[in-house]
Design a protein around this ligand. Structure first.
Ligand code: EPU
Length: 418
């Protein structure tokens, strides 16, 4: 059933909210189960749609799994499967491409539907494929599928032209089982990439330079099983902090890792947010005098593109001008036209959006276009007078667990309506 979210805004949030596991760390961790015949147990899985999609996809690839609870899954990758995941499944989630590296490395071949474009940009996978070619795989594209084949992958030197998160993850996984040494240069160093590297090392992989742009991976014959716990979701953390700030509330965000959110917290402070930052919590205090602040999205440790829409929503309520530059995805301003429907004053010029605030936001019917854009609209709805209806809520369910329950627990008046 197509669902919408109905929000009665204008209520300052109060209380405590606990953060779940990181979606973008969970997805590669699940894909890594393909690298071993032994049992892999993943804990602190977020209860989000993308995790369900990845598990279904892995089932097509011969992985059997059992969910011990909502946040724990036991998995075992048996013999390679003849089945091919259909386009219908892969198109729902671009992270499907993460099975390519592990499958090719372990079984010598993979066939996966090409993910196609998505709302935030073209998002090619050329860097994943070029890297696999350098490792010795033959790549063929036919009828919208990528087919890889190799006798054995062989270590190689690969420099990414552009920093890519899932590209780094895919090749890192492939290289763990390649023969000899692989050098990966200009790697992504997002916490999710580092988390995956740590997981692979615990599975027996030999990886040096973890947390740097240059990874040195010495291939091993096989990897072992593992019990692994996913890191907290930094984007969910940032989104709830904005929820506290934008409603003029006072909340505590717990079970998080503020260290992974340094640039975002710095920018929030620059915008006059009053925050108490602990080892694993952030307390949002009453912050009545928010001021316009500029941000530019860049790869980690810079300001994350996945927090851009939420920060923009916040800046509509801040005094003065904010210049927001999106450098990662060419089409990640889809929320702007919708924020304007709340009464925000935002003008786009190429990769830059200029927000003039503070605007009084008034509830509206708005359309979600992708996961983080939806989060931006939801936040605006929490701050707006009257009722907001966010259509196409399935985007939010892809990446935010129990969103109504968590926000409801903070006093928000929010419900799903058919
Ligand atoms: N790019 C290429 N060729 C490639 C790969 C990437 O041109 O082969 C370009 C992309 O088009 C983009 C840039 O490189 O302009 C960076 O993209 P990247 O590959 O880093 O993105 P991704 O790995 O597909 C992950 C997250 C995204 C997040 C980006 C950027 C996962 C599963 N997804 O995507 O998360 O926005 O990194 O940090 O980790 C989200 O959670 O809402 C989300 C979109």
């Amino acid at each position: 059933m197509v669902q919408k979210l109905e929000i009665k805004g204008g209520i300052p949030l109060a209380g405590e909210v606990s953060i779940g596991g990181a979606k973008n760390a969970a997805l590669p961790a699940l894909a890594a189960s393909l690298l071993t015949e032994e049992e892999v147990v993943i804990k602190n899985l977020p209860e989000v749609r993308d995790v369900d999609t990845m598990l279904q996809l892995l089932e097509y690839m011969g992985v059997s799994y059992e969910r011990e609870s909502d946040s724990v899954v036991r998995m075992k990758a048996g013999a390679p499967s003849e089945d091919v995941a259909p386009y219908e499944m892969v198109k729902k989630m671009r992270a499907s491409v993460l099975v390519l590296g592990p499958l090719t490395a372990r079984y010598g071949e993979a066939r996966v539907s090409l993910p196609g474009g998505c709302a935030i940009g073209v998002r090619p996978i050329n860097l994943h494929l070029d890297g696999l070619k350098k490792l010795g795989a033959e790549i063929e594209i036919d009828h919208g599928y990528v087919q890889t084949r190799c006798k054995i992958l062989k270590g190689a030197e690969i420099e990414f032209e552009q920093v890519t998160v899932t590209g780094t993850e895919n090749l890192m996984m492939a290289a763990t089982l390649a023969e000899g040494r692989t050098l990966l240069d200009n790697c992504a160093i997002e916490p999710e990439v580092t988390d995956l590297a740590n997981m692979l090392v615990k599975m027996g992989a030999k990886i040096d330079g973890i947390g740097t742009r240059r990874l040195v991976i010495d291939g091993v014959d096989k990897l072992n099983g593992i019990d692994y716990e996913v890191i907290p979701d930094r984007i969910e953390t940032g989104t709830y902090i904005v929820a506290g700030l934008i409603t003029g509330g006072e909340i505590t965000v717990t079970n998080c890792c503020p260290k992974h959110l340094e640039e975002v917290l710095k920018k929030m402070k620059e915008a006059n947010a009053v925050l108490e930052i602990g080892e694993d919590y952030v307390r949002v205090k009453h912050s009545p005098e928010l001021k316009g602040t500029n941000i530019k999205t860049i790869p980690y440790p810079g300001f994350p593109t996945d927090m851009q829409a939420q920060f923009m929503a916040l800046m509509t309520r801040a005094q003065g001008t904010s210049v927001i530059t999106e450098n990662i995805f060419e089409n990640r301003f889809m929320h702007v036209a919708e924020l304007v429907r709340f009464g925000a004053d935002i003008v786009i010029d190429g990769h830059t959006a200029v927000v003039r605030g503070p605007s009084k936001l008034i509830g509206a019917h708005v359309m979600a276009t992708d996961l983080r854009a939806s989060a931006g609209l939801l936040l605006a709805g929490l701050a707006a007078e009257n009722t907001t209806v966010v259509h196409r809520v399935y985007h939010l369910d892809r990446g935010y667990e129990k969103i109504c329950r968590k926000l409801g627990g903070l006093g928000a008046r929010i419900k799903r309506v058919p």
